[in-house]
Ligand binder design. Structure first.
Ligand SMILES: CC(=O)SCCNC(=O)CCNC(=O)[C@H](O)C(C)(C)COP(=O)(O)OP(=O)(O)OC[C@H]1O[C@@H](n2cnc3c(N)ncnc32)[C@H](O)[C@@H]1OP(=O)(O)O
Ligand SMILES: CC(C)C(=O)C(=O)O
Ligand SMILES: [Mg+2]
Length: 618
């Protein structure tokens, strides 16, 4: 993208001014001219750019959001009206109860004058006492008398209720829908407000605390001076004052501008509205340009007190702004959203039941794949990130949950929203050693030495390159066992250990006796060395196992060297097991072996057998 205010590429200092003069010998360098886009041929003449706002002293870009705005969920109204098959009463109730449980204090529960379903639903939650004392329900209506009367009627007996009245104010709606000018359209809002007050006075009693909300629909395409004029006219009727707020909701009914212009419009309205201290300024972004979340956040920075939206961005066309993303964006910055998202999968399941829709796999914070990394460098960084957190926790003597979350590639800890680490790393052809060893560590407590990680990841990569697709943790484990740990059901290898006994001589050398199966024959192996591993090597050598080893001439003893030995415990406490890793050079080839046992000596002998078996397997 290029912006008209940017300096032209040639007007600034050259990026490569400091580069040596002889830098670009060889292939022709890419330049801006060589990547020029071509005209698309699409009918751009049919569209006009949106109006920007002349607000050079705008203040919102420098603000931070330090507290959650008021939230209104309109899942049961704007969300519901956009469904092919609107929610049944049972599904509506399920959604209402979910919203209450999550902590929403303002819930738009329907458009009661639309028909019996919505009207009866509003009556049912009132009559069944399902609305907690601290929750305000709101209902939407057009500015038409018969609709207003029916709307107010639906609220009788509600503890806290708001009537929300709207009419479109943008030029094309004035001309096409209402076939009038500014005066007529302003009058619709004024008359509607008066009627709401009259019917509330007539129909509601002192069981109800009553509020009022007005929306100049299509605010985004309405001239700012006219939007202000209509809102002022509405306020002149409602008369907001201390203890009598008015909610002025400025909807991006169709998202038409960048979030920055949306924010400018909010700052302009917030500065110019009279009686501002009695106004709850509310944003209602839709997502036509795909930037509703940014638009909502910038509107809050620009003065909005409240945001209306739907869970997971349900709503007309591309949806309303996503309340879950907004809330968890705040959470990820250390700001309490005031909504409990700690069981995100439960929320998603209920939402999917109610809406009969699916949350896509890449949906922020909740999609199946959003805490998953397939690519090698991401996996490597995440694995190191987890290890660093664990080390820090041990150093500071606290649990990992107490530490600030600083983790490559994962903006929040999946556990904080009730997800597990199971899917954090998944392996396919784009994965590297970090991811594969993360799976082994996480699921099998095996912390492979770095060079062994490289060896095993080549084995997995050969498989993903040949077969494509994902390799599941189960398949990784099977491949690992097949490669390093011959199991009784699939035996292979020249040496199978049965039992071993060591004794130390007075020179500090270990004498070792091993009962093993060698080349299918029960054999007693005897050796000595300065430690059990060296003694086992000696025993294998004496038994002729290394004869004909790769890298040696046939019939001779090949060169077999121990290069590295690593061990670690696999779990703490009684019954803990140890893992041992051996790096073996046979001729010019390197083979790792692994052994696991409750006894560390036996684990290391098993690791030697594993490496030797692999060396001779080929
Ligand atoms: C951006 C939004 O989400 S706005 C909310 C939209 N949601 C809904 O519409 C869902 C519920 N609506 C309904 O079920 C129906 O529209 C009803 C039952 C409320 C009304 O149905 P109808 O009486 O058939 O009217 P309809 O919806 O077609 O509206 C058209 C008439 O209302 C007028 N009108 C539209 N909006 C408004 C408004 N906000 N205030 C006053 N009049 C309005 C139109 O100018 C038109 O008038 P005309 O017949 O004189 O030309
Ligand atoms: C009724 C209004 C607030 C609305 O939903 C919109 O303009 O998008
Ligand atoms: Mg809407």
């Amino acid at each position: 993208m290029s912006a008209t205010a940017s300096p032209s590429p040639s007007s600034g200092p050259s990026r490569n001014a400091d580069a040596p003069a002889n830098r670009l010998h060889g292939p022709t360098p890419i330049t801006a001219a060589s990547v020029k886009q071509r005209p698309s041929g699409m009918p751009i003449h049919r569209y006009r750019p949106f109006e920007t706002v002349d607000l050079p002293d705008r203040t919102w870009p420098g603000r931070r959001i330090t507290a959650a705005p008021r939230w209104l969920s309109t899942d049961l109204r704007d969300g519901n009206q956009a469904l092919i098959d609107p929610m049944s009463p049972a599904r509506k109730r399920e959604m209402f109860d979910l919203l209450v449980r999550l902590g929403y204090k303002e819930i738009e529960v329907g458009f009661p004058a639309s028909g019996k379903t919505d009207f009866d639903f509003v009556r049912s939650i009132i009559e069944e006492g399902a609305i907690p004392e601290d929750v305000t329900v709101s209902v939407l209506t057009q500015a038409r008398e018969e609709l207003i009367e029916r709307t107010v009627e639906s609220l009788v007996g509600a503890p806290n209720a708001t009537v929300h009245l709207y009419n479109a104010t943008a030029p094309v709606f004035r001309r096409v829908v209402f076939r009038g000018g500014r005066d007529e359209v302003r009058q619709i809002a004024v008359d509607g407000t008066r009627l709401v007050m009259e019917y509330a006075e007539k129909l509601l009693d002192d069981r109800t605390t009553f509020g009022y909300q007005y929306s100049p629909e299509i605010f985004t395409d309405t001239e700012l001076d006219f939007a202000l004029e209509v809102c002022e006219a509405v306020m002149d009727v409602w008369q907001p004052e201390e203890g009598r707020e008015i909610i002025l909701n400025l909807p991006a009914t169709v998202e038409r501008s960048t979030p920055s212009t949306h924010a400018d419009r909010f700052e302009w309205m917030s500065r110019n509205l009279s009686r501002r201290e009695f106004v709850c300024l509310s944003a209602h972004p839709h997502n036509d340009r795909g930037t509703a979340v940014a638009a909502a956040e910038l509107a809050v920075m620009a003065g909005a007190d409240r945001v209306e939206g739907c869970l997971f961005g349900q709503g007309e066309r591309t949806g309303n702004v996503d309340l879950v993303t907004l809330g968890l964006n705040l959470f990820s910055q250390g700001v309490d959203p005031g909504i409990d998202f700690s069981r995100i999968d439960d929320i998603r399941r209920t939402w999917e039941y109610c809406n009969r829709m699916q949350v896509p796999p890449r949906h922020p914070y909740v999609g199946d794949l959003v805490y998953t990394s397939f690519s090698g460098s991401h996996q490597d960084a995440i694995k190191k990130g987890f290890e660093a957190l664990e080390e820090q926790a041990t150093r500071e003597g606290v649990s990992v949950d107490r530490l600030v979350w600083e983790m490559p590639y994962l903006p929040i800890d999946p556990k904080d929203v009730g997800r597990t680490y199971e899917a954090v790393i998944r392996v396919n052809s784009q994965s590297g050693k970090g991811g594969i060893s993360y799976v082994l560590k996480n699921e099998h407590q095996l912390d492979l030495p770095r060079r062994m990680q490289v060896e095993f990841s080549r084995i997995i990569q050969a498989r993903t390159d040949a077969e494509g697709g994902e390799v599941t943790p189960t398949q990784i484990w099977e491949a690992f066992r097949d490669e390093y740990l011959p199991v009784p059901e699939r035996p292979w290898g020249r040496v199978a250990l049965r039992s071993a006994q060591t004794s130390s001589s007075h020179e500090g050398r270990d004498e070792l006796t091993v009962e093993a199966v060698v080349d299918g024959v029960d054999t007693t192996l005897v050796g000595s060395g300065n430690g059990p591993i060296a003694a086992f090597f000696d025993a294998l050598r004496r038994a002729g196992v290394f004869e004909g080893a790769p890298g040696a001439d046939a019939g001779t003893v090949g060169e077999v060297r121990l290069l590295d030995y690593v061990e670690h415990t696999m779990s703490a406490g009684a019954g803990s097991r140890a893992a041992a890793y051996i790096e073996l050079a046979v001729g010019d080839r390197i083979h790792w072996g692994v052994g696991m046992d409750a006894n560390i000596v036996r684990a290391s002998l098993l690791a030697v057998a594993s490496a030797v078996n692999r060396a001779f397997r080929d």
